[in-house]
Design a binder for this molecule. Structure first.
Ligand code: ZN
Length: 385
């Protein structure tokens, strides 16, 4: 009896907490992989996200990234690509309706408990082109947030990775899109944006905004892709959430510097390439060769899941427990994930580490999902169309 009582009172293990808590990961890149090579659930186990891995790690809501590149924007193929990615994820749900569900609103979560739920986030607004009306189309298909830009300035916004900014913030169309997203109850994602664009989006949005996969620049000086303290505070002041991302390139200072330097070197390469072509000279390298050499010369340093815990701990101290979440970028950063956080089965490792640092279960539940859902509900409640 005595032992029985002790067992009942014992704290949950990290794995048990992961199973019981609502885990919401706001950035997983499975859709572009599925669109390019559709795999059924068993075959997906070799990737970072699969049904079995998600069940093991306690994942509940996976914001699946509908990613389109700046190149697809230039080639006018972004909308088709986005539709194909959503189709590919719908095919998983269609074939396994007891295992997966699509959630378009936080109120859909309770009735699908036990399933792995897909919410969609559009990474790069390229698929809407110049058409505000496409926001309705994609919202109807389940897109719940849009990352306004990706790795290059686009028609809405400047990008953190662009060396030369185009708009010094958002474009006039970008401002219209933010207003229309507010009206439609879609979350505005400021990850990937330049500082000026992120601050402008936070300022003009009538509801909280989210950074779906950004870590803290405090650890990676000069790396605009991670949020500055100023931006994190502005997001929190408005009621939003910074979702800490896991990739080594975001949490490790050397890797982050390599990425920043890459974009500077790439711009120099492209400028030289254009000059060579204009002068009738054969360029020394193709862009693929340039990329390969860069990667060979800049191997990703080894990193541990403890670095992700460092970012979360810092964020909580900076902006408070109600404004930090997780956005892994699983299936989006190749092999460059920290040891101990390689797949959606690994959330318990992060939980164990944060516990060691004094986080209570109630605090961990907020970070793992409750904060994100609170914000998402707030954005939906303000929906006017
Ligand atoms: Zn991204």
């Amino acid at each position: 009896m005595f032992f029985g009582t002790l067992v009942l009172m014992a704290a949950l293990t990290p794995t048990q907490l992961a199973q019981q808590a609502l885990i919401v990961d706001t950035h997983i890149d499975a859709p572009s992989l599925q669109a390019n090579q559709w795999l059924d659930i068993k075959e997906m186990d070799k990737r970072n996200f699969s049904y079995a891995l998600a069940k093991k790690g306690g994942l509940d809501v996976a914001f699946m990234s509908i990613y389109t590149s700046p190149t697809s924007d230039e080639m006018n193929t972004a909308e088709q690509s986005a539709d194909r990615q959503i189709d590919a994820m719908e095919a998983l749900v269609y074939r396994h309706p007891t295992k997966f569900a699509i959630v378009k609103d936080p109120k859909d979560i309770a009735k699908n408990k036990g399933k792995i739920m897909f919410a969609f986030g559009m990474e790069n607004a390229a698929p809407i082109g110049d058409h505000l009306s496409k926001l309705k189309k994609f919202s109807d298909r389940g897109v719940s947030y849009i990352t306004l830009a990706h790795s290059a300035n686009n028609r809405l916004s400047d990008s953190s990775y662009s060396i030369e900014k185009k708009w010094n913030g958002l474009s006039p169309f970008g401002r219209e899109v933010v207003a229309e997203m507010n009206r439609r109850g879609m979350m505005v994602d400021v990850s990937h944006l330049s500082d000026a664009a992120a601050l402008e989006a936070i300022k003009i949005s009538s509801v909280p905004v989210i950074a779906t996969h950004s870590s803290f620049r405090h650890f990676t000086p000069g790396f605009e892709r991670n949020v500055s303290d100023e931006i994190a505070k502005a997001i929190a002041a408005k009621g939003g959430v910074v979702q800490v991302t896991f990739g080594t390139g975001f949490v490790n200072p050397i890797a982050a510097k390599n990425t920043q330097d890459y974009f500077t070197a790439l711009k120099a390469f492209k400028d030289q390439h254009a000059r060579d072509i204009a002068n009738g000279v054969k360029p020394a390298q193709t862009e693929e060769e340039f990329d390969k050499k860069w990667d060979d010369d800049h191997p990703t340093p080894k990193e541990s899941y403890k670095a992700v815990a460092d970012h979360i701990e810092y964020g909580v101290k900076l902006v408070g427990i109600d404004h930090i979440g997780i956005g892994s970028d699983f299936d989006g950063v190749g092999e460059s994930l920290p040891d101990g956080l390689k797949t959606v089965a690994d959330y318990p490792n992060l939980i164990a580490e944060l516990r060691k640092r004094g986080f209570t279960d109630a605090q961990l539940r907020k970070i793992l999902g409750e904060n994100t859902i609170r914000m998402w509900k707030q954005v939906r409640a303000a929906k006017k169309a």
